[in-house]
Design a protein around this ligand. Structure first.
Ligand SMILES: Cc1cc2nc3c(=O)[nH]c(=O)nc-3n(C[C@H](O)[C@H](O)[C@H](O)COP(=O)(O)OP(=O)(O)OC[C@H]3O[C@@H](n4cnc5c(N)ncnc54)[C@H](O)[C@@H]3O)c2cc1C
Length: 393
């Protein structure tokens, strides 16, 4: 009864994608999610053009559109010194000429429903515990359902898609992955706004002293504001949100102009400290999306990584099962090898760009160099989202 081919923990973009694609291939899939959807989620809610291809494959593009997704054709980066750079979305389109802005509340619900329609057994309000065991090659996942009852499920394949702070985060994090700016840990904040003018068709990123923040429209006439800043700044603001905006977004002249008439329309969400990079492997489990690796959000490729890793995992598992291979370690090795060749360059490129973007001298040099050499800027933009092979083709 509680035996499945695969159990997926977490119904974010990575988990729902993998669950939908495995269920479609005829696997008996269980998708466990601790929240009840729709739920708000801290994220820039900037969905890059490549994700549109995944929506096409999942058959949910029309639903995203009907949910009020806003079309974004251009991404503009503003330095605190008043310089700016424009990245047209067609550079990274992969067949889709635009990015979209849609709340995670809407997007994640559509993906979860897609997994359920594909035949996955979806249980919301189910909190998986970190007491994972492997019994003769079969993973044993336990947790509590919405009534607080302990339930145990078993499957040869367990996918951890529970995100950055998910179920096995404590045991899989490398100490050196803690990201800091001048020794201070980094945190993320998000809120929805109204009355932001001039955003139609564009997304914007504003750098400031110890972080950066993005603005992009989502459904219902709202604009998402999401930014990263240090613990030191959060402590200086002492819980005063207006002061926090003065210390961060409004310290960038273009950010200040954009937020002039802003009206807060939603709850503030916070997360952190943020830890970039790959996680240690959890034996008996394949980790996908942020649970496997967290990429710097300023490249806007976090969700792309989540979708792509979900697709790769589902494909590897479906093929392995078709060949009669059900050993998690062997399936995991197959997944890891594809993951490394797909994402290795992206992680290095994002890490390098992050260190350049945070120093005023290198940031100004980069902005003036890249604004003069569009082809170089295109290569830099592509390096954050493709593998080396496709860049040199
Ligand atoms: C500040 C910030 C801004 C960002 N902005 C962008 C952006 O604009 N564009 C972009 O592409 N990416 C962005 N990202 C990255 C993006 O949010 C993540 O990469 C993406 O959400 C990862 O998806 P996921 O499916 O791996 O995990 P998640 O989306 O985190 O989903 C994990 C799911 O697992 C569930 N879960 C957790 N623990 C358990 C448990 N014990 N039992 C059951 N369920 C559990 C959670 O409830 C959640 O629904 C941003 C990230 C940050 C921090």
């Amino acid at each position: 009864m509680n035996q499945y081919d695969a159990i997926v923990i977490g119904a974010g973009p990575a988990g729902s994608t993998a669950a939908a694609l495995m269920a479609r291939a005829g696997q008996k899939v269980l998708l466990l999610e601790k929240s009840f959807f729709p739920r708000h989620k801290l994220c820039g809610e900037f969905i890059t053009p490549e994700c549109g291809k995944v929506f096409d494959r999942l058959g949910v593009s029309e639903k995203m559109h009907d949910a009020g997704a806003q079309i974004i054709r251009k991404w503009t980066l503003h330095s605190p010194e008043g310089r700016s750079l424009e990245v047209p979305m067609e550079w990274i389109t992969d067949g889709h000429s635009h990015a979209i802005g849609l709340s995670r509340a809407r997007m994640d619900l559509i993906l979860l429903e897609c997994a359920a329609e594909a035949g996955a057994d979806v249980r919301q309000g189910f909190q998986v515990s970190s007491n994972f065991q492997s019994d003769h090659g079969i993973g044993v996942v336990e947790g509590k359902n919405e009534s607080g009852e302990k339930v145990v499920f078993r499957a040869p394949v367990i996918l951890d898609a529970s995100g950055r702070t998910g179920v096995f985060a404590k045991s899989t994090l490398h100490d050196d992955e803690l990201s800091r700016f001048h020794g201070s840990r980094l945190f993320g904040c998000k809120v929805h706004l109204r009355s932001i003018e001039g955003m139609k068709g564009i997304g914007e990123l504003f750098f400031f002293g110890d972080g950066y923040g993005g603005l992009s429209d989502v459904e219902g006439g709202k604009t998402n504001l999401c930014f990263l800043t240090t613990e030191a700044t959060l402590m200086e603001a002492k819980g005063d949100r207006e002061k926090l905006l003065d210390l961060t977004m409004r310290s960038n002249p273009a950010g200040s102009a954009r937020l002039k008439n802003a009206v807060i329309d939603g709850e503030w969400l916070g997360t952190g400290p943020l830890k970039y990079g790959r996680r240690r492997r959890m034996p008996g489990v394949i980790s996908i999306g942020d649970a496997g690796a967290f990429i710097d959000p300023f490249t806007g490729s976090g969700m792309l990584l989540a979708f792509t890793s979900g697709e790769i995992a589902a494909d590897v598992i479906n093929r392995s099962f078709a060949e009669g291979v059900r050993d998690i370690e062997e399936i995991s090795e197959r997944y890891e090898s594809i993951f490394r060749s797909t994402f290795g360059l992206r992680f290095r490129a994002c890490s390098m760009l992050r260190s350049l973007a945070f120093k005023p001298a290198t940031r100004n040099f980069m902005v003036s160099l890249l604004s003069r050499h569009k082809s170089l800027m295109k290569i830099v933009a592509l390096s954050t989202r493709q593998n080396w092979q496709s860049l040199t083709d």
